[in-house]
Design a protein around this ligand. Structure first.
Ligand code: MCA
Ligand code: AMP
Length: 504
C-alpha cells in the first residue's frame, strides 16, 4: 500500500490475520481483503498512476467481491458507483450514463444485463471474479487526499430523475467515526449484513463501520428471514441493522417456529450487543413485539443518503419508542419554519443539518445542489418536533416521496411512466400506510375510453423500466383526480379516497 493510503485501509493493515468478511465466496481475513484490494486497484490502474476520480460502476451481489472492488476502486483513486442488483436494464443504464462511468464491472450473473450499455459506451465489461481473484502483478497505488470524492449513491427526489449523491472519503470517515463512537463498535464485533449495498445503511453503517473497527462482517447475498434469524441466533453475531419491514419479517419467521425452537432463537438473539432500526419510521408495535422476541429494545435512528446519520437514540440509556433521539456527535441540527426561522421546542419544523458527514454535491447538478442548501444548512424535507428532549419524525414535506420497505420511490417517476401506458389517460401515485412496507405505492388511474387496465397489466408494463419496489401494489380506477383551482392533483385528498387494499 502507498504511504498515503486511506485510513480505512491503514487500519485493516493492523489486523491482517483477523476475519474481515464471511460470505458465499468463503471466509476472508483483512490480509485477504488487502491483497484483493491491491489486485483490483492495480488492474483498474492498468499502469496509470491514479484513476483521478474516474467513476467505476459495479454490479456485484453483496459479498467479498463487493468489498474488494469497492476498496480497490478507492485505493486506485476512483469514485465507486455501486449499482443496485434489483434494477432492470434501463435504470442501470441511467446510473451508468449519468455518472459518466469509465469502467463497468459485473459479476457473471449480471453480465447479460450490462453488456449492451458497456458496448454502447465503448467499454469492455470487466469481470468481477477475474479482478478480485485473478493472478496479476500488483503495482504502486496512489497517495490519496481524504478530501477527494469517493462515492456516488443514487437517490430519488421530489423533482426530476434520480440524482447522484457525492460523498468524499473525509465524509465517509467522519460518519464511520461518529457511529463507531456512538454505537460502541469493537474489533470483537461480528455484524450480520442483510441489506443491499447501494445505500448508506448497508454500505456505511454496517460494512464500512465493521471493517473500520477491524470487526468481521458476515454477508448474506440477499435477505431471507429464516436464514437471517438462524444466523443471528447462532452466537456468532453481535451487531444487526435493518429496516422496519425486515424486523417485521423476522417476527413472522419467529412466530412460525415451534415452541422449543422459538425459545432457542430468543436465547440466541439476546446475546447480540446491538440491534438498530432505520431508513423508515419504526412502528411501535414492531418495537414492542421485537422486544418480546429478542429481549432487545431496538435502537432507532434517523438518516438520509445526503447527510448520513443525524439523530440516534442512545446506545446506553433510555431509548424512546416512536422517537429518534438526539443529534449524533458533530451533527449540527435544527428545526425551522417555512421561512427558515428556527422553531421553539414543541413546534414542528423542517429538519436542517450541517456537519462533516453531509454530502458535498449532487453529481453534475450544481443547481440542484444549490437549491438543497439554505445558508449552509441542508434542507432534508422531513418534519420533526423536539419533545421531552428527543426528536420525533412526523412526516415529509413532499407528498411525492414514498418510503416502501426502506426504499425511496418518487411518485412523479412512476406517474411519468404510467402515463405512457395506452390504457391510462391520467394518473397520480401516492404512498398509503401499510403494515408490511411502511407505505405502499398506490396508483389512482383515469382509464382511456374503453380501456380496463388492471394491476397485473400495469405492473408488468412498468417492470421492464422501473425497479420492482417502485411498482404500484394497488390500483384504483377513478373517473377523475381531485384537483385544486390551478389544476394540480390534491394528493392528501386523493389519499383519503383510496379504499383499503383488498389483497392486504
Ligand atoms: C422488494 N420488493 C419491494 C420492496 N423490496 N416492494 C416494495 N418495497 C420494497 N422495499 C418487491 C420485490 O421486488 C418483489 O416483487 C416483491 O416485492 C416481494 O419481494 P420479497 O422477496 O418479499 O422482498 P425482498 O426482495 O425480500 O425485499 C424486501 C426487503 C428489501 C428485504 C425489505 O426491500 C430491502 O432490503 N429493503 C431495505 C432497503 C434499504 O437498505 N434502504 C436503505 C435506504 P415482485 O414479486 O413483483 O418481483 S435509506 C438509507 O440508506 C438512509 C441513509 C437511512 O436512513 O438508512
Ligand atoms: P433515503 O433518501 O433513501 O436515504 O431515505 C432517507 C429518508 O428516510 C429520510 O429523509 C426520512 O424520510 C426517512 N427515514 C430515515 N430514517 C427514519 C426514521 N427513523 N424514521 C422516519 N423516517 C426515517
Amino acid at each position: 500500500m502507498a504511504d498515503g493510503s486511506l485510513e480505512l485501509m491503514a487500519r485493516a493493515a493492523g489486523a491482517l490475520e483477523l476475519p474481515a468478511v464471511v460470505a458465499s465466496e468463503g471466509t476472508f481475513t483483512f490480509g485477504d481483503l488487502q491483497a484483493a484490494t491491491e489486485r483490483v486497484g492495480s488492474a483498474l490502474l492498468d499502469g496509470t498512476p491514479d484513476l483521478a476520480e474516474a467513476r467505476v460502476a459495479f454490479l456485484v451481489p453483496p459479498g467479498f467481491r463487493y468489498a474488494a472492488i469497492l476498496w480497490g476502486t478507492w485505493a486506485a483513486g476512483g469514485m465507486a458507483v455501486p449499482l443496485a442488483t434489483s434494477f432492470p436494464a434501463p435504470e442501470l443504464r441511467y446510473v451508468i450514463e449519468d455518472s459518466g462511468a469509465a469502467v463497468i464491472i459485473a459479476a457473471g450473473e449480471f453480465r447479460a444485463v450490462l453488456e449492451p450499455v458497456a458496448r454502447d459506451r465503448g467499454l469492455a465489461l470487466a469481470d468481477a471474479d477475474e479482478l478480485v481473484f485473478g493472478d496479476r502483478e500488483t503495482g504502486r497505488l496512489p497517495d490519496l487526499d481524504p478530501a477527494r470524492r469517493a462515492l456516488i449513491l443514487y437517490t430519488s427526489g421530489s423533482t426530476g430523475p434520480p440524482k447522484g449523491v457525492v460523498w468524499t472519503h473525509a465524509a465517509i470517515e467522519s460518519q464511520v467515526r461518529i457511529l463507531s463512537e456512538a454505537w460502541g463498535w469493537v474489533p470483537e464485533d461480528r455484524a450480520l449484513l442483510v441489506l443491499p449495498l447501494h445505500h448508506v445503511h448497508g454500505l456505511v453503517n454496517v460494512l464500512t463501520c465493521a471493517l473500520w473497527n477491524q470487526a468481521g462482517c458476515e454477508i448474506l447475498p440477499a435477505f431471507d428471514a429464516g436464514t437471517a434469524l438462524e444466523r443471528m441466533a447462532s452466537g456468532d453475531i453481535s451487531v444487526f441493522m435493518a429496516v422496519p419491514t425486515i424486523y417485521r419479517r423476522l417476527i413472522t419467521a419467529w412466530e412460525q417456529l415451534g415452541e422449543s425452537d422459538r425459545r432457542g432463537v430468543t436465547e440466541g438473539l439476546a446475546q447480540l450487543r446491538l440491534m438498530v432500526s432505520g431508513s423508515a419510521a419504526l412502528p411501535v408495535p414492531i418495537l414492542d413485539r421485537w422486544k418480546e422476541v429478542s429481549g432487545h429494545t431496538l435502537l432507532e435512528r434517523y438518516g438520509m443518503t445526503e447527510i448520513g446519520m443525524a439523530l440516534s437514540n442512545p446506545y446506553q440509556g433510555k431509548r424512546t419508542a416512536g422517537a429518534v433521539g438526539r443529534p449524533l456527535p458533530t451533527v449540527d441540527l435544527r428545526l425551522v419554519d417555512d421561512d427558515g426561522v428556527p422553531v421553539p421546542d414543541g413546534t414542528p419544523g423542517e429538519i436542517q443539518v450541517r456537519g462533516p458527514s453531509v454530502f458535498s454535491e449532487y453529481w453534475r447538478r450544481p443547481d440542484a445542489t444549490e437549491d438543497a442548501f439554505r445558508e449552509g444548512w441542508f434542507q432534508t424535507g422531513d418534519i420533526a418536533v423536539l419533545e421531552d428532549g428527543v426528536y420525533r419524525i412526523l412526516g415529509r414535506q413532499s407528498v411525492d416521496i414514498i418510503k416502501s420497505g426502506g426504499e425511496k420511490v418518487s411518485a412523479l417517476e412512476v406517474e411519468d411512466l404510467l402515463r405512457t401506458h395506452p390504457g391510462i389517460h391520467d394518473c397520480a401515485v401516492v404512498g398509503i400506510e401499510d403494515v408490511d412496507w411502511g407505505e405502499r405505492v398506490v396508483a389512482a388511474v383515469v382509464a382511456t375510453a374503453n380501456a380496463e387496465p388492471d394491476l397485473e397489466d400495469i405492473r408488468s408494463f412498468a417492470r421492464t423500466t422501473l425497479a420492482a419496489f417502485k411498482l404500484p401494489r394497488q390500483l384504483v380506477i377513478v373517473d377523475e383526480l381531485p384537483r385544486n383551482a390551478l389544476g394540480k392533483v390534491v394528493k392528501p385528498r386523493l389519499k383519503e379516497m383510496i379504499p383499503p387494499d383488498p389483497d392486504a
